[in-house]
Ligand binder design. Structure first.
Ligand code: FAD
Length: 324
């Protein structure tokens, strides 16, 4: 019997995030022959995004658009998701492993009495055809592979920048369905949203991250890093050491208690490489470390290491990359 697989679309600044397409890829991997893939768009003023989502390789786009859904509220978003699923529990619900996805996924798991695998970085099949979900453990020091048993609803969150994005096809357009939002009796209201952005490019999805640690020594010390990131088309990140010292906002923090990033290139400037920092960046494709201490632990995970003063090295890199 055909079953529904929902992909909860991640939105940022009124646009679909890249992780949405990666979540669609996960949904396509989970899907069997006659399963129905549905993208679910929840928010306010989002109907214009439906056409874009309809080309993302799903069969159906469900839009639930209401002013009350402008700011994320767990109960409201869960009730919208349940409405999108209809009467029969979905086969799977896929989320981005983002602030919203991480919050909503366990609620969805509880709602459908489901199994959950979070922070998935790879998916493949075992020799007996079972779907294996790979996820990191112990701050990225180990990986485990999990399978769902029985026929429970599968709740999955996918780490941004790890799975390939689903291929979009402008020739194929999915059916778009708008559903009415039945506001539940909410126990919380959002009074104010204070946005602290991490720059023009979304840090969790950036292909290149230039990160600063306590070695940058001041907020002005971040300027050369910002300039290098600008030249490379990347985003700026930071260690908690730099955030705690007040050199930058906590929105930039990468690590165990910050953001997890998996860019193509991670440039660590004046960062010692504490295990809690590595938890947020060690899966980056290529790691470049700039540190004046040749014994700094960051060099153990770096693919390329530059022993030197970041205030000399970073401007040189910027100058050279500007020529390309
Ligand atoms: P430091 O360890 O002080 O390193 C600074 C580095 O800069 C040194 O290696 C030094 O040689 C180098 N340096 C100095 N000057 C220069 C220069 N001019 N040029 C080049 N190099 C220079 N940390 C995180 O980052 N993210 C987290 O999410 C996180 N979560 C944590 C959670 C818990 C529960 C705990 C206990 C800690 C957590 N930490 C986290 C903190 C972590 O343990 C480290 O204290 C922190 O990462 C250190 O930051 P740092 O590398 O910038 O500073």
């Amino acid at each position: 019997m055909a079953k529904t697989i929902l992909v909860a679309a991640d939105l940022r600044n009124g646009a679909l995030r890249q992780v949405f397409y990666e979540a669609v890829y996960a949904a396509q991997t989970v899907a069997e022959d006659d399963d129905i893939l549905c993208a679910v768009l929840i928010g306010s003023g989002i109907t214009t995004l439906a056409d874009e989502a309809a080309k993302a390789g799903v069969h159906k786009v469900i839009v639930i658009d209401h002013p009350e859904l402008e700011a994320y509220r767990p109960e409201a978003y869960l009730s919208a998701l349940v409405k999108a699923a209809g009467d029969i529990p979905p086969k799977a619900v896929i989320f981005g492993h983002t602030a919203v996805g991480r919050d909503l996924a366990p609620l969805a798991a509880a709602r459908w009495n489901a199994g959950a695998v979070t922070d998935v970085t790879a998916m493949d099949r075992s020799s007996d055809g079972r779907l294996l979900f790979t996820r990191p453990l112990y701050a990225g020091k180990a990986f485990e592979r999990k399978v769902f048993t029985g026929s429970v609803t599968m709740i999955v969150t996918v780490r941004p920048n790890n799975l390939p994005p689903a291929e979009t096809d402008s020739a194929i357009e999915a059916e778009i369905v708008e559903l009415q939002y039945d506001a539940p009796d909410l126990r919380t209201i959002v009074k104010e949203v204070i946005r602290k952005t991490s720059g023009k490019i979304d840090l969790s999805e950036a292909k290149i991250v230039v990160s600063g640690g306590r070695g940058v020594k001041s907020s002005d010390g971040f300027k050369p890093l910002e300039e290098l990131a600008e030249v490379l088309g990347g985003a700026v990140g930071a260690s908690r050491g730099a955030c705690d010292a007040g050199y930058c906002d906590y929105a930039l923090q990468i690590g165990q208690t910050g953001k997890v990033v998996t860019p193509e290139i991670y440039i660590a400037c004046g960062i010692s490489g504490a295990i809690q920092h590595l938890a947020g960046m060690s899966q980056s494709r290529v790691i470049i470390a700039i540190n004046k201490d040749p014994e700094a632990p960051i060099f153990k995970v770096a693919d390329y290491g530059i022993v030197g003063d970041l205030f000399e090295v970073v401007p040189l890199l910027k100058e050279e990359f500007s020529k390309i």
